[in-house]
Design a binder for this molecule. Structure first.
Ligand code: FE2
Ligand code: FE2
Length: 312
């Protein structure tokens, strides 16, 4: 696709989804949350968008209780859409996941209790899935063997750089209770990431969308696809979860920059749109004509848009 601005189009687009928390037998989380519906809507909308997607990355807590049936449903829910999108899926372990069920159902390998670390390369972009889960616990850890494996992998830069995908984000959180189940020894991971070709880090676990940097690398935490934490809940609570803020994240990878954008998963009506046929009209215009029409405040185009927007 062409670009009307000074930047070229993104070289890669990754869709980042986190914390689906599916239960076996279509059971509803907290007795009321349908975890499948937002996911299905996202997949439908991604196909309808016509966007070329390089990978769907799921950063953990895929199954709330680590049940095989939940992984089977997740796989059958996502794979047909991934085929339609002609894209690959990267599954990442979270603290709610169980390695044996995850490995046997999602990767199709023999059930394994080993860390589910994996490397994918898509059109020159390397995506490393790092398993921060600890069997039997909710906090995150990376073993020395995992850190050494990661360091060895990163010794050879990828053609278009690397995205690191892990469940427990190595950043602070204002939700004190989440600090109890954070990734331990984040400095050890920073020592491996710093100076490498890692260009972006994708994480989940927090159940709210947030952004930071880690070892000089931008990091994006996707909101959960089932329920999220209210960051400004009343002082009478120390953690309040609600069924709002469900979102995925788009990761646009440009030659020099990585840009993260939240995509809400709720199904609401459109307030306005421009028809796709309008693109060719813009393409036919000179730079001066474009500025005169789209930037100049009193242009015919903007005057009309102002009128519509102000409800007159
Ligand atoms: Fe979660
Ligand atoms: Fe988690």
């Amino acid at each position: 696709m062409s670009s009307f601005g000074q930047h070229p189009s993104a070289e890669h687009v990754v869709v980042h989804i986190s914390d689906t928390h599916l239960l076996a037998g279509n059971a509803k989380l907290y007795g009321s949350i349908d975890s499948d519906a937002p996911l299905r809507l996202l997949m439908e909308r991604l196909v309808a968008s016509g966007i070329t997607i390089d990978a769907l990355v799921f950063t953990g807590d895929l199954a709330d209780r680590g049940e095989e049936d939940a992984y089977r449903r997740l796989r059958s829910l996502v794979e047909p859409w991934a085929t339609k999108l002609n894209t690959q899926i990267v599954w990442v372990m979270g603290n709610h996941d169980e390695r044996e069920a995850f490995s046997s159902v999602l990767t199709g390998n023999e059930p394994s209790s080993a860390p589910q670390d994996a490397v994918s390369v898509v059109n020159g972009l390397r995506i490393i899935a790092l398993d921060t889960s600890v069997p039997g616990y909710h906090h995150g850890e990376l073993t020395l063997a995992q850190l050494e494996w990661l360091a060895r992998e990163l010794e050879t830069p990828a053609e278009k750089g690397t995205l690191l995908a892990l469940h427990h984000p190595p950043i602070p959180t204002p939700i004190e209770l989440m600090g109890l189940i954070e990734l331990e020894d984040q400095a050890a991971l920073a020592a491996v990431v710093r100076g490498s070709d890692v260009r972006g880090i994708l994480a989940g676990h927090l159940h709210y969308s947030t952004y930071s940097t880690f070892a000089g690398v931008p990091i994006s935490v996707a909101a959960a696809a089932c329920y999220n934490i209210d960051l400004i809940a009343p002082a009478t609570t120390i953690l309040s979860a609600k069924t709002t803020g469900l979102a995925a994240s788009l990761v646009h990878v440009y030659p020099e920059q990585v840009v993260f954008s939240e995509v809400p998963l709720d199904d609401v009506s459109e307030i306005m749109s421009y028809d796709a046929s309008y693109r060719s009209v813009v393409e036919a215009m000179s730079a001066e004509e474009r500025k005169a029409m789209f930037s100049k405040k009193d242009s015919e185009f903007n005057s009309h848009a102002d009128q519509v927007q102000s409800g007159s």
